[in-house]
Design a protein around this ligand. Structure first.
Ligand code: NAP
Length: 252
């Protein structure tokens, strides 16, 4: 039988954290050792529980602090919290390397969303125009989503100097109807109760369209990606930036 991996969750009472805890508790190879919330004594927790992986779905400033303390105590960071700066991620990688620990920072742990972006990367050189529609729950604070912005930048970068054609209407009778624009890609944001996190990337050429759509029906969408990451980073001292790196996805 494979050895059970000791896992802790920072942000265990949050929207994503609580779903992960429920999943870990029924996962045979995971030994969920506890959660860390606001105001808890992290150092004492790490000393007592000795997790091998510290999963973090909190806030950017907290995530870096938690992960550095975790690494110092021998726990590989598995960070889903979004909004970490590039220098913070560099700092975490250096800390992991110094302790010969694996780690990951991934802004999207939904395997389907990562594949949606990968497939959009493949399609981008073959179409002259593309628009993105992202649909999220009504409580989302920012627009567009980080995933939509990142998809727009990635597909634009795949054009190798030839930009996408963004058609602005001659006359917008309702301002903003044509969406925001990033790298020649129109981005539209929908905020409604009932959605979790959906996105459609629609490519167009005369006489045809190609739609790549990803739908999240619940926050369980993040569980398989997080489990995969825990297994990887606790078995090898490698630091990953994004789930696509861990899945070995590359278009070049
Ligand atoms: P949430 O429901 O607001 O949960 C955040 C949790 O962090 C709360 O339980 C909060 O505790 C806790 N927290 C705040 N400060 C803390 C601290 N100092 N130490 C420990 N815990 C602390 O947010 P969410 O929707 O779960 O999202 C959390 C993060 O994950 C966000 O950055 C979000 O963008 C990101 N996210 C990433 C992915 C991905 O695939 N990578 C997917 C969805 C969301 P209290 O309950 O005490 O307030």
């Amino acid at each position: 039988m494979t050895e059970r991996i000791k896992v802790a969750v920072a942000g265990h009472r949050g929207r994503v954290g609580s779903v992960l805890v429920a999943a870990f508790q029924s996962e045979p190879n995971i030994d969920f050792v506890g959660g860390i919330g606001r105001g808890d004594d992290l150092a004492a927790f790490l000393h007592e529980k000795r997790p091998q992986a510290l999963v973090d779905f909190t806030r950017p400033s907290e995530a870096v602090h938690n992960a550095l303390a975790g690494v110092a105590a021998g726990a590989s960071p598995v960070i889903g919290t979004t909004g970490l700066s590039a220098s913070d991620i560099d700092k975490l990688e250096t800390a992991c390397q110094a302790k010969r620990l694996g780690g990951i920072v991934a802004p999207n742990f939904a395997v389907g969303a990562v594949l949606m972006m990968h497939l959009a990367d493949i399609a981008a050189p073959h179409f002259d125009a593309v628009e993105i529609i992202e649909m999220h729950h009504a409580a989302k604070l920012d627009a567009p989503s980080g995933t939509a912005l990142s998809t727009a930048r990635r597909v634009a970068a795949r054009r190798k100097g030839k930009s996408f054609e963004y058609r602005k209407s001659e006359k917008e009778t309702l301002p903003g109807t044509r969406g925001g624009e990033e790298g020649g890609v129109a981005v539209h944001s929908v905020r409604l109760p009932g959605f979790v996190a959906d996105q459609e990337v629609i490519f167009g050429l005369p006489g045809q369209t190609l739609t790549i759509a990803h739908r999240t029906t619940s926050r369980e969408a993040y569980v398989p990606g997080v489990l995969l990451a825990i297994r990887k980073v606790t078995s090898e001292p490698r630091f990953y930036r994004g789930l696509d790196q861990l899945l070995g996805l590359s278009v070049d």
